[in-house]
Write a new protein. Structure first.
Length: 70
């Protein structure tokens, strides 16, 4: 169960980081967008985090979503 908690924490924080990055980019005028683009950016980042976590389970410590072997 530690693996799933670890993966969920990483995916959640990555989603929030992606969402906020898109939101700030819109607020500053760097990338004009709307709420759908903010959610999509967060979702794509979250999916990438899930894939990374699944790869890490096979490469690193099977009890963690990290690529390190510890």
């Amino acid at each position: 169960m530690n693996y799933l908690k670890d993966l969920a924490e990483r995916v959640g924080s990555t989603f929030i980081a992606g969402f906020l990055a898109a939101l700030v980019a819109n607020w500053t005028g760097v990338i004009p967008s709307d709420w759908k683009a903010w959610l999509l950016t967060g979702a794509v980042a979250g999916v990438a985090s899930v894939v990374k976590g699944l790869v890490a389970k096979g490469v690193g410590n099977p009890d963690s979503a990290s690529l390190t072997k510890r």
